[in-house]
Ligand binder design. Structure first.
Ligand code: SF4
Length: 162
């Protein structure tokens, strides 16, 4: 199976109650290889919810205890983010995940970049909280911005062979 950010498949999991469908992933939505999950929902955050950002660093720093995740009201939601990441990790093991495709710049899912904690749409290099945990476990991570149809077909073929 391939773990995919739920919102990329058109599921309304985002903080604003909307989705961010990736046309390529939606095209293959019924291929039987996708395990959709939203780490923030898995961490028991509601839909809708205030937007949250890692405060001025990335997911790896959160796991090292060097920074926190706070929502736009200032509420510390770090524990929810970490709990959701651990659920993703557990499901990844259970379903023998062969690749992970996550939403870029999300504080949970960002693969190459996350917003910087200023709520000004400014990104900095680094991974989200769930992405960092899954990367640490050794999973191959891609964002929707990395995907081409050729790459997706390759990942699907590898998953079939596993
Ligand atoms: S946490 Fe990830 S899956 Fe959930 S809405 Fe945000 S980007 Fe999408």
């Amino acid at each position: 199976m391939i773990l995919v950010s739920s919102c990329l498949l058109g599921n309304p999991a985002r903080f604003d109650g909307k989705s961010r469908p990736c046309p390529l992933l939606v095209k293959y939505k019924n291929c039987g290889h996708f395990l959709p999950i939203c780490p923030e929902c898995a961490g028991q955050l509601p839909i809708p919810r205030p937007p949250a950002e890692i405060q001025h660093d990335s997911g790896a720093a959160v796991w090292q205890g060097q920074c926190r995740v706070k929502d736009s009201s200032g509420l510390d939601v770090t524990e929810n983010f970490c709990r959701g990441a651990l659920v993703c990790a557990s499901l990844s093991k259970k379903y023998k995940i062969t690749a992970v495709i996550l939403k870029e710049r999300s504080p949970s899912c960002g693969v190459h970049a996350v917003y910087d904690g200023s709520f000004s749409k400014t990104a900095l290099p680094g991974q989200g909280v769930a992405a960092a945990y899954l990367a640490h476990m050794g999973y191959k991570l891609y964002s929707e911005e990395d995907l081409t149809e050729g790459l997706l077909l390759k990942l699907l073929a590898e998953d079939t062979e596993s």
